[in-house]
Write a protein that binds this ligand. Structure first.
Ligand code: ADP
Ligand code: MG
Length: 452
């Protein structure tokens, strides 16, 4: 026998849960033989009253997860439960905001905002009232009849927000909503949004914000999920211990941001693009010669080492500080740090990056000496380079077709990634004068005798 009070309790307990992903996986069909596993066994719960952030590198499946939660895509396995029922199509009560704004250029601000309501069959005075409310709320008053192209990026995104809010959705999904805006505009809009939320003026129950900006996530969210890549998984979930409004200069805030940087570097995948086929992970581990490389240029590496070595960093920096100094996004910074670490020129430690002795030596050296240091580092730390050198060395012609290496790489990674890997390695090897590549003949050839 079920006790009535117990079931009432469980209904009340469920009332605050808006959406749940239960063991959701998503693969995209790639070609006839392999599927690309983008999300692997992702489970999460969003409740009303919270702003949740989703942090991860590009390609880690964040946009895919949003589409799944909105019911725009059905998961390959697992299920999405919206207000207690399995989602079988677009969820009623979810709105989305995109970084591209996605406005219709031939419609005025007012018409763009009204779109969502028309789809719901709301017309006439009710429609006009709701549209005007949304426009006023988001600070677009006076712009009702403007065309999108007449507006700044910031104002265009306000239209995107008004259009999402006009239907008074339960859940607002935002996919990198501020990433197309300049720093100040983004800051403005972010602050306005958080303020409206804190004052309970936003007609939404919960928000999920995708971003690859760590500071932004810590400024906005109550809870942050950190995604790892290849395939996308939830690697960490953190509760943000600050109330709004937040002060980014507060040492505790800085420390929290640092902590996330540290978590994300710890989790840094060897392959920095979600471009691996299903089942390939084991193969990569089993074949150390073909570990995929971070795809960064030697020029970028040198730039980073020089910035690190210079005063006031003096060889060691907080990653967020370095990112700001170099004006780099995370997606660029992490592969750079990883490549320097791979080559033994820097180390990552607790969200800091520091030059090793070899790294310091490199920065202090002239060009010839730098070439020699890199030559040594590549040969000893990058098995693919050693393998290419060895093959070239054995050949009387000191040259060989690039195809053999490409095919070998394609055993464990996608053709695209294999091509980019070879391109990256050629760039490094050229600088170090280890070997070169003739594009026309698609051949590798030896620059001079391989050292050691
Ligand atoms: P994120 O938003 O984190 O950058 P996405 O969810 O957009 O990641 O994409 C994750 C991976 O899935 C990427 O490698 C992307 O190329 C791939 N992908 C996304 N959408 C599709 C699709 N419709 N078909 C095939 N592959 C896709
Ligand atoms: Mg995306």
């Amino acid at each position: 026998m079920t006790s009535p009070s117990l079931s009432a309790h469980s209904v009340a307990g469920h009332a605050s849960v808006l959406v749940e992903a239960r063991h959701v996986s998503q693969s995209y069909h790639k070609d006839s033989t392999v599927d690309l596993l983008v999300l692997d066994d992702v489970s999460l719960t969003l409740r009303s009253g919270e702003i949740v952030g989703l942090l991860g590198r590009s390609g880690s499946g964040k946009s895919t997860l949003l589409r799944l939660l909105a019911g725009l895509l059905a998961p390959t396995s697992g299920e999405v439960v919206w207000k207690g029922e399995e989602l079988k199509g677009p969820a009623d009560g979810v709105s989305m905001v995109f970084s591209s704004f996605a406005l219709f250029p031939w419609m005025t601000v007012e018409e763009n905002v009204a779109l969502g309501l028309e789809a719901k069959g709301v017309t006439g005075e009710e429609r006009d009232r709701l549209v005007q409310n949304a426009i006023d709320l988001i600070g677009l008053g006076g712009y009702e009849n403007a065309w999108p192209k007449e507006l700044s990026g910031g104002m265009q995104q306000r239209v995107g927000l008004a259009r999402a809010l006009v239907v008074q959705p339960d859940l607002l999904l935002m996919d990198e909503p501020f990433s197309a805006l300049d720093v100040l505009t983004a800051e403005n809009l972010r602050t306005d949004l958080v303020e409206l939320w804190s004052e309970k003026k936003l007609p939404v129950q919960a928000m999920l914000v995708v971003t690859h900006n760590i500071e932004e996530a810590v400024l906005i969210c109550d809870r942050i999920m950190i995604f790892s890549s290849n395939p996308g998984r939830i690697a960490h979930v953190l509760t943000v211990p600050f109330t709004h409004p937040r002060d980014r200069e507060d040492p505790a805030f800085r420390q929290f941001v640092d902590h996330i940087y540290a978590l994300m570097t710890q989790r840094a995948p060897i392959i920095s693009e979600a471009d691996l086929a299903v089942g390939v992970k084991q193969a990569v581990q089993a074949t150390p010669s073909f570990i995929a490389l971070p795809l960064v240029s030697i020029t970028m590496m040198i730039g980073m080492m020089e910035a690190l070595a210079a005063h006031p960093l003096d060889g060691r920096a907080d990653l967020p500080v370095l990112a700001e100094k170099l004006q780099l996004e995370l997606d660029d910074l992490f592969p750079l740090g990883e490549s320097l670490e791979l080559l033994g020129l820097a180390e990552l430690e607790d969200g800091d990056i520091l030059l090793t002795n070899d790294g310091v030596h490199f920065v202090l050296s002239d060009l010839e000496e730098r070439k020699a240091i890199l030559n040594h580092a590549l040969f000893h730390h990058v098995p693919l380079v050693k393998m290419i050198c060895t093959v070239l060395d054995e050949r009387p012609s000191h040259s060989t077709n690039a195809d053999r290496f490409r095919s070998a790489l394609e055993e464990v990674m996608s053709p695209d990634y294999a091509r980019l890997t070879l391109q990256t390695v050629v760039g490094w090897a050229r600088f170090a004068e280890l070997f070169d590549f003739d594009e026309e003949g698609d051949r590798f050839y030896l620059e001079e005798a391989v050292s050691e």
